[in-house]
Design a protein around this ligand. Structure first.
Ligand code: BMA
Length: 359
């Protein structure tokens, strides 16, 4: 299903792309062109691995062609997100039980059909032995930086993550490490590391992947969580050299004032965030993206066209990604699935002329 874009070309916020050379340059160029055409790609986390009521069991023999999104609207999401959590231990499966072999196969299939792939990473806490959400120590980032007691051990974790990305071959992927740093729930968040420590963590990761390992296929996404001021967004920014995409994460939660008010409040925050990111993207010559969003369980059956679409419409974001549809937790879904009450609303969203999915 092809859509004819009737939109007037919008100014591209990203750098004027250099002649496409590396896989990274090619994807930057493509995203710039999509943005200039007013297109917003729709993305979904873990899309081909499992859905609301199914899970791939034998990934080696499974074509990995099922998708809750495709079940609803006949198209794949243009962007598929996967998480590398537990790759640092050399595990076979990630923190949500998805085999890394499946992730590799599904990522390559998605890129092969013309789609885009993004990786987040929720590594464990190397100092305490807890998970990514363990904020019991404010010494973790310090410990893993050069000179720290855990630096050598952490370099092995970086090596395992880079090995996996390298195993994909010469295909471009968006890498989004150390996300939601302006929150207080991960061991790399602002409450447990200093500005300098965070910046060094990001730069150390970039230097390892890009300079030491020579990986030329990564687009680096910096993604604090909203809401923010331009100053708070940039406070921990590692620098233009280390970032390709200015991202941001923000979710809707339904408060005591009910669904309608919460939706309006969420949309107002998203618009405010995207307006600020548009200006920052222009200033720094970067693409921008709504790198994670959603409303858990989507109780509002008009959420896609009534809340999300009006909030993002007209902003030059490359993509918007909604989080996963857990197969083993019936209420934990952020995308549509066949039988869910907002199916028609999602179909209408997917058919908007500026929203792009994949055949
Ligand atoms: C969170 C939830 C968790 C999951 C984590 C990493 O938002 O979906 O269940 O383990 O992301 O994917």
């Amino acid at each position: 299903m092809k859509k004819i874009l009737m939109l007037a070309a919008m100014a591209c916020v990203a750098c004027s792309p250099k002649p496409a050379g590396t896989p990274r340059d090619q994807l930057v160029k493509r995203l710039c062109e999509m943005t200039a055409a007013g297109q917003i790609a729709y993305g979904h986390q873990d899309d081909p691995a499992y859905g609301h009521a199914w899970c791939v069991e034998d990934w080696e023999n499974d074509p990995l062609e099922r998708s809750d999104i495709k079940d609803v609207c006949g198209q794949y999401p243009m962007v598929m997100g996967f998480d590398l959590g537990d790759i640092e231990h050399g595990a076979d499966r990630n923190l949500d039980g998805v085999p890394f072999g499946l992730i590799r196969k599904a990522a390559l299939a998605q890129i092969g059909r013309g789609g885009i792939v993004t990786f987040s990473w929720h590594p464990d806490n190397i100092l305490t032995g807890g998970d990514a959400w363990d904020v019991s120590s404010d010494q973790v980032v310090k410990a893993i930086l050069p000179g720290g007691e855990k630096n050598a051990e952490f370099r092995v974790w970086l090596q395992r993550a880079a090995d996996f990305i390298e195993s994909l071959g010469d295909v471009p992927v968006i890498f989004r490490p150390w996300h939601e740093n302006s929150g207080n729930w991960f061991w790399w968040c602002q409450n447990v590391c200093t500005v300098d420590e965070y910046r060094e963590l990001f730069r150390m990761t970039w230097l390892y992947f890009v300079k030491e390992r020579g990986l030329t296929n990564l687009l680096w996404c910096y993604s604090p969580n909203g809401p923010f001021t331009p100053e708070s967004y940039m406070e921990r920014y590692p620098g233009d050299e280390f970032v390709d995409i200015l991202g941001a994460d923000f979710y809707e939660f339904i408060g005591p004032d009910g669904m309608e008010e919460s939706g309006a409040r969420f949309a107002a925050v998203i618009k405010d965030m995207l307006a600020k990111m548009t200006a920052l993207g222009t200033e720094h010559g970067k693409l921008i993206a709504l790198s994670e969003t959603g409303l858990e369980g989507i109780p509002d059956s008009n959420w896609w066209c009534g809340v999300l679409y009006p909030a993002i419409k007209g902003y030059p974001i490359s993509y918007v990604l909604t989080w996963r549809n857990a197969w083993d937790k019936p209420g934990h879904f952020y995308g549509p699935w066949a039988g869910y009450a907002g199916e028609e609303d999602f179909k209408a969203f997917a058919q908007k002329e500026d929203i792009v999915l994949l055949d």
